[in-house]
Design a protein around this ligand. Structure first.
Ligand code: ADP
Ligand code: MG
Length: 611
């Protein structure tokens, strides 16, 4: 007994905590839909009261029909009965009209709400730190916010409406029942308590189960994506991985499904027990009325009224409970949405930002920078020092995984280092407004995005805030050496790239990269960073391209990250990075004379080329 009480107390406490999301949800709903929600509540209130009016008319109607029948057709009595019948018919018609109106209003409301929530999620996703994307927890949050946010909010709204409607009706029914005996409404309420307990307990369990299994759900989703996405289609076929992933998906789903079914089984048995208890209570009430009617204490109309009111009361009470349960579970899941929306980025604008330089005069410095990716032990950069003079073309070379791309991410302030300082023209980048810092940089990322938009947009995205002329686009395309890529397209700049949408043209990996390069060139930022720009480029195209880079980037500071030494050799300065540290720097000739890592790699790369 004490155990049961303890469980009840814990559940009620948890339940109370969870209700705290309710006001926030309502605020969200109101913000997104106000007029529609007001209309909807009015409709619901009317719909809650009409059935009561119906039940209320039952007694006079039945009694009037009886009186008319007994009077053998006395016209006044017949007219009275007909009038009452007319009123009942009007109510029925009104109920139909309201029902249809509600469907329309509810659709509008839920569409508005869904888009509003999507908008919030999108906004949050953009503003989140890059570091969030490195954490499984963030992906869990995002997954739950995305899968639950939209429909839980609409569902919650629906429950709430239903709750208001049924609650109102129930109160009115209870008022009717009081006239038969004050204990009847109490019996009605008592009959619902066991069910309330079951509802809360199981919904809480369901939610806890869901929280525990988000990782597995995402993994199943992931297998599903591997099987259906274009990017994996080639390998799935060639390596024959289809069955492997199908089985993995099935096994995971089987486990999740069985657990969900088990949970549902437990819930339905508990609900059954609660239902039987409720039936017993209502049985007692019915027997009581039956005996009183036998003793002539109630008229036939009254018995009909009682039967209807009690029957409806029971139905309302059970629907009400269902609503409470759903309201509860939906607000639990909406907690996920709010948890996501409340994630705070750590990388923020400074309180007193410094103006960002339009042109570099000193250069870029990394002083004693140490950085670890979130949730990793190993430092990607360790006491890293680098000084790139303004206006120079600097090459950064080094083996895979040595930390080259990490430098770019830190310079963009996607992450902050744990120690050390990164400065542009002597200004710590943490003292610059994020948007301004990012406007001083133009970056060709190692894996540029393939926007499934027109070729023109793919390039213009490099400078979305300015009205760029066609001449500027063409200049960027020339500088990137992508003119022939565009020339090949069926509708030139207007061609849609990628295969996701109708009439899209797919490009080769190297061609996509050239388009991305033009995008990077378009932005007239003082610092241009190119991360492996020639990786998908033919060696003969590369030499010509480098010459063009020099002439088109005059006055800008260029960081050229590459593992190809034939690219690096043309830079003003070469910095060799290994294991997260700067190990050598100098011009090509100086480094060759130094007989270090660069000289060794040079010898190895030359050995690969035909003599
Ligand atoms: P590269 O010199 O080839 O560009 P990177 O700078 O991309 O190398 O990576 C340096 C090291 O940091 C690698 O060992 C890599 O495993 C690790 N790393 C890169 N990105 C992440 C990340 N998002 N989370 C954790 N570790 C990362
Ligand atoms: Mg890299």
């Amino acid at each position: 007994m004490t155990d049961a009480l303890h469980i009840l107390a814990t559940n009620l406490r948890k339940a109370r905590e969870q209700w705290s999301y309710l006001p926030r949800t309502l605020g969200l709903v109101w913000q997104a839909t106000h007029g529609w929600t007001a209309a909807w509540f009015t409709l619901l209130a009317a719909q809650g009261l009409l059935p009561v009016a119906m039940v209320y008319l039952t007694r006079p109607l039945v009694d009037a029909i009886l009186a008319a029948a007994r009077s053998h057709g006395a016209s006044a009595l017949v007219r009275h009965a007909l009038l009452l019948a007319g009123a009942v018919a009007t109510i029925l018609l009104l109920m139909e009209i309201l029902r249809s109106l509600t469907v329309w209003v509810r659709t509008a409301q839920s569409e508005l709400l869904q888009d509003h929530i999507r908008e919030l999620i999108h906004r949050k996703s953009i503003e989140a730190d890059m570091a969030f994307y490195d954490s499984a927890e963030f992906h869990d949050h995002l997954h739950r916010a995305r899968t639950d946010g939209y429909y839980r909010c609409t569902a919650l709204l629906e429950c709430l409406g239903s709750l208001a409607q049924n609650g109102l009706a129930l109160v009115a029914m209870a008022a009717l029942l009081i006239s038969f005996g004050f204990w009847l409404p109490l019996a009605l309420i008592a009959s619902t308590l066991p069910a309330l307990y079951v509802v809360i307990r199981y919904n809480l369990r369901q939610h806890q189960w869901r929280m525990r299994h988000t990782g597995e759900e995402r993994r199943a989703d992931y297998f599903g994506r591997i099987l259906t996405r274009a990017e994996s289609a080639a390998e799935i076929r060639l390596f024959g991985l289809g069955d492997h992933f199908r089985q993995a998906y099935r096994a995971l789903r089987l486990k999740l499904r069985n657990e969900a079914i088990d949970l549902a089984k437990g819930q339905s048995f508990a609900e059954l027990a609660a239902g039987v208890l409720a039936l017993a209570i209502s049985g007692v009430a019915l027997i009581w009325v039956f005996f009183r009617a036998m003793r002539g204490l109630f008229s036939l109309g009254e018995v009909a009224l009682f039967y209807q009111a009690f029957q409806q009361g029971l139905r309302l009470a059970s629907t009400l409970l269902e609503n409470v349960g759903q309201l509860y579970v939906n607000s639990l899941f909406l907690g996920n949405l709010f948890a996501f929306l409340l994630l705070e980025p750590h990388i923020k604008d400074p309180v007193k930002p410094q103006p960002a330089p339009d042109r570099l005069t000193e250069g870029i410095t990394f002083s004693d920078v140490t950085f670890r990716y979130p949730e990793t032990e190993r430092a990607a950069l360790q006491n890293f020092n680098l000084n790139i003079p303004a206006g120079s073309v600097a090459a950064i070379v080094g083996p895979n995984g040595s930390g080259k791309s990490t430098l770019v991410k830190l310079l963009c302030r996607f992450y902050d280092p744990e120690a050390g300082r990164i400065a542009i023209d002597g200004i710590d980048i943490r003292d610059l407004q994020l948007s301004e810092l990012r406007r001083t940089l133009s970056v060709l990322f190692q894996e540029p995005v393939r926007y499934n938009e027109t070729a023109l947009d793919n390039i213009a995205f490099g400078d979305i805030d300015t009205e760029v002329s066609h001449a500027q686009i063409r200049a960027a395309v020339e500088a990137a050496g992508s003119a022939d890529v565009i020339a090949k397209l069926p509708r030139g700049y207007e061609s849609l790239l990628g295969k996701t949408f109708a009439d899209g043209c797919e490009l080769s990996v190297g061609e996509w990269q050239r388009v991305a390069l033009a995008r990077a060139f378009l932005r007239q930022a003082p610092i241009l960073i190119l991360d492996e720009p020639t990786s998908a480029m033919d060696p003969w195209a590369e030499a010509e391209w480098l010459e063009r880079l020099r002439s088109s980037s005059a006055g800008r500071t260029v960081l050229l990250i590459t593992h190809r030494l034939t690219t690096a050799m043309r830079a003003d300065m070469i910095y060799v990075v290994a294991h997260g540290r700067l190990v050598e720097s100098g011009s090509h000739d100086e480094l060759l004379a130094g007989a270090g890592l660069y000289a060794d790699s040079w010898a190895a790369q030359q050995g690969c080329l035909p003599a």
